[in-house]
Design a protein around this ligand. Structure first.
Ligand SMILES: *Cc1c(COP(=O)(O)O)cnc(C)c1O
Length: 419
């Protein structure tokens, strides 16, 4: 696509956008002057689909009308409610239906799946992570190492960009795995790094890891609903994500998890159990003879929060309608357009630290601001732009294809470059 700096370009691109009508399906917060804010924080909390209320009201109504009998008599019987989200979830992460489940929340699922997939041994006990991993992941990994009686200084390896660079080169990840893989039990990386916006080449990482007999898992918090994922085809061992960022499930939404088909019926894998992982046909016999569901659902512990599932379902129905490949196509254009407009101004003092390669980023651009970054960020907020600030010097801006427009991007960059 040939971009132009003219205002008319944004208007025309919006007009031609086959997904433009999706914006109307979301509530866009208002600025103090009554106009729509320029919302570029869908990487932190996705907007509310207008249909969420109906999905919730249905369940409130059935709760009022049926109480406990709603488990079987509700319009959408609660006993099976999480199953209504399975195939759409599977499509979003590129998995088979039996490989995914929505349950708990991200960090909780991380710990639950680490119980199964981080099994350190004397000579193979290390975990490889990114040096700028999200704090919750870092704390979780650190505590898992200690929980197993190992020393963090010896068991945690961090991969970082080369001196003077911002992205971690795939070749460096592969080389490190080749060199130290014999001692690595688990490779735990983001799909898309929350800070830099770098999308990792997951397929290559899995391949390098498996060659060295390492388990390879991914945190897809910033990848799910953002980039196209093929977890099954790439042969990842397991993954977790949250549903409140790009997936618009609402604040603190129920999380998602993937377990590769290959591990589903492996009874040698340790697992923490609860009654919701037990075979559905015999669950209510209450007989203390555990039979696992032969899918990722067997990692469930409790009966799930129906209201949470209902609000996520409203958003997944919208994703289903739009389709990930169409979303991704628009996403690449929106982000490239933002990049183009920022680069048009050569003396802006703004450096884009997100990789320029399309296969190494999602929609987010991370902008390193040379001077007065915080003042610039505050001015953006004052002018009705919602983006975020990450210490020490980065503004993150994520144009989301479901509800952001080319005009949003044009106006954002205009305000950003004002001074
Ligand atoms: C958003 C995010 C989290 C948040 O964890 P919760 O358990 O949902 O609070 C964790 N890890 C990463 C990489 C994230 O981006």
């Amino acid at each position: 696509m040939n971009f132009s700096n003219e205002l008319s370009f944004a208007a025309e691109a919006d007009e031609k956008d086959p997904l433009k009508h999706f914006r109307k399906k979301f509530f866009i917060p208002k600025h103090t002057d009554g106009s729509d804010v320029i919302y570029l924080a869908g990487n932190s909390l996705g907007l509310q689909p207008k249909t969420v209320k109906d999905y919730l009201e249905q369940e409130l109504k059935d709760w009022a009308e049926f109480a406990v009998e709603g488990h079987t008599k509700a319009k959408n019987p609660w006993l099976a409610y999480h199953e209504y989200l399975t195939s759409q979830t599977a499509k979003i992460v590129g998995a088979k239906n039996e490989e995914v489940v929505n349950m708990n929340s991200l960090t909780t699922n991380l710990h639950l799946l680490f119980v199964s997939f981080y099994r350190p041994e004397k000579n193979k006990h290390k975990i490889l992570i990114e040096s700028n991993s999200f704090p919750s992941d870092y704390y979780a990994v650190e505590s898992q190492i200690k929980y197993h009686g190992y020393d963090v200084a010896e068991s945690l390896i961090e991969i970082r960009p080369r001196e003077g660079e911002d992205k971690v080169r795939t070749e460096d990840i592969e080389e490190l795995i080749e060199r130290e893989g014999d001692e690595i039990a688990l490779i735990w990386m983001a799909g898309v790094n929350y800070y830099s916006g770098q999308a990792f080449e997951m397929e290559k990482i899995v391949k390098a890891g498996h060659k060295k007999n390492c388990i390879v898992g991914f945190d897809l918090a910033h990848a799910a609903g953002n980039i196209e994922l093929k977890l099954h085809e790439w042969d990842a061992d397991f993954a977790v994500w949250c549903n409140y960022k790009y997936l618009n499930g609402g604040p603190g939404a129920i999380g998602g998890a993937f377990v590769n088909e290959r591990h589903l019926n492996d009874r040698t894998i340790p697992k923490l159990l609860g009654w919701w992982g037990h075979d559905k046909k015999t669950r209510f016999l209450m007989d203390h003879k555990y039979i696992p569901i032969p899918t990722a659902e067997s990692w469930q512990l409790s009966n799930p929060p129906i209201l949470q599932l209902a609000s996520l379902r409203a958003s997944l129905d919208i994703f289903e309608e739009a389709g990930m490949s169409a979303l991704r196509k628009k996403s690449e254009m929106l982000t490239s357009y933002m990049e183009y407009l920022i680069k048009e101004e050569s003396n802006s003092g703004i450096q884009i630290i997100t990789p320029a390669e399309k296969n190494e980023r999602g929609c987010q651009l991370s902008l390193r601001i040379a001077e007065n970054g915080k003042a610039k960020f505050r001015r953006l907020l004052d002018r009705g732009v919602i983006c975020d600030w990450r210490e020490p010097d980065v503004i993150r801006a994520a144009p989301v294809p479901l509800y952001n427009s080319f005009e949003d991007v044009k106006r954002f960059v205009g305000i950003l470059l004002e001074g």
